[in-house]
Design a protein around this ligand. Structure first.
Ligand code: AVJ
Length: 330
């Protein structure tokens, strides 16, 4: 296996330098009438660990069902991915530790598809695990573990190689619609006619099942949500009292949006030494921390069209709880 990018050492032990984007997001989000914090800040080391715990909870179905589709419907995916001639560059945006994709890559390899796997993620730790996993389970496939921004790390485009991008995990659902369309357009701009995007999307279903995924009895999602405040305490010198905020999740079938909030249980003022600012909270006031959009086949098609794609297929589980939608660049 060939790892083209050296992985930077983990920075977990020393306090990270203040991130200018984080400062901007926190100041604007906590000064807004409806306070908000973008969900991208969930994923520090502790947040990633908590998300891994979420993924194995019985109530959190999306990861399990997506994985089931990747395994059980691998042949359908292989049929779409296999090129008529030449080789395939499989490009996964936000690959994580590779548990998701190793089975698909194995199916492609077994079907004789000539393949290079470009795995892009921001986490050095996840990429190191991915590299080890592929070395053990699928040493025959060339893996390029690429750390950093999806578009800076995007591999060179060759006319004779089919590019198949993958954006799984229903991560697209975390983005407000305009940003989701913007991301699809950027991906589309890297693809040639005939290339594909495999988009993982969580589908609308019994609202009780959706709500249970974000409102687990184990309280792991609550910890995951509250970790955002611990992170701000650590990285921005804030003094959030974690016992004075509670996780609140809701799901509305009207717009298909699951939303998470942190509720201030009392009136309180929170300071940041780094920002030299205070933020006031009324009792019951909320911080909107996450949106997880649930789709229908129709809304996936609208989203795809706005991003410059056509839907070729929706590859789902038997209950149609989740779809890996095959989007074609035309
Ligand atoms: C990884 C963004 C898809 O929105 O379902 C899980 C994150 N948040 N539980 C999701 C998450 C709360 C997850 N995504």
């Amino acid at each position: 296996m060939d790892i083209t990018t050296a992985l930077a050492p983990a920075e977990a032990t020393s306090p990270s330098p203040v991130d200018a984007d984080m400062v901007k997001d926190v100041v604007s989000g906590l000064s807004a009438t409806q306070k908000f914090l973008p969900s991208r800040w969930f994923y520090d080391d502790e947040g990633s660990r908590l998300f891994q715990k979420i993924m194995i909870m019985p109530s959190y179905y999306p990861s399990r069902v997506e994985h089931e589709i990747l395994v059980r419907r691998a042949q359908d995916l292989v049929r779409w991915i296999a090129p008529s001639s030449g080789e395939v560059d499989l490009i996964e945006l936000g690959c994580g530790d590779g548990t998701k994709t190793v089975s698909l890559c194995t199916a492609l390899h077994d079907a004789g598809v000539p393949l290079a796997f470009h795995a892009i993620d921001v986490s050095a730790h996840a990429l190191a695990e991915l590299s080890t996993r592929f070395k053990h389970e699928l040493p025959q496939v060339a893996v390029h573990a690429l750390r950093g921004d999806y578009f800076q790390r995007w591999p060179s485009v060759y006319a004779l190689r089919k590019q198949v991008a993958m954006f799984l995990g229903s991560n697209i659902g975390n983005l407000p619609i305009a940003q989701a369309i913007g991301l699809l357009k950027r991906i589309r701009s890297r693809l040639k006619r005939g290339d594909l995007l495999l988009l993982g999307v969580d589908l609308q279903k019994d609202p009780r099942a959706v709500l249970a995924a974000y409102n687990d009895v184990e309280g792991v999602t609550a910890q995951f949500n509250l970790n955002l405040l611990s992170r701000l305490n650590r990285e921005l010198g804030m003094n959030f009292d974690l016992t004075a905020f509670r996780h609140y999740a809701c799901y509305s079938p009207i717009d298909g949006a699951a939303r998470s909030f942190l509720v201030s249980t009392v009136e309180q003022t929170v300071r940041s030494t780094q920002l030299a600012r205070t933020f006031h909270f009324r009792a019951g006031e909320t911080i909107y921390t996450e949106q997880s959009q649930k789709y229908t086949f129709d809304t996936v098609e609208e989203l795809a069209a706005s991003g410059g794609f056509t839907v070729c297929d929706h590859i789902t589980d038997a209950r149609e709880w989740y779809s890996i939608s095959v989007l074609g660049a035309h």
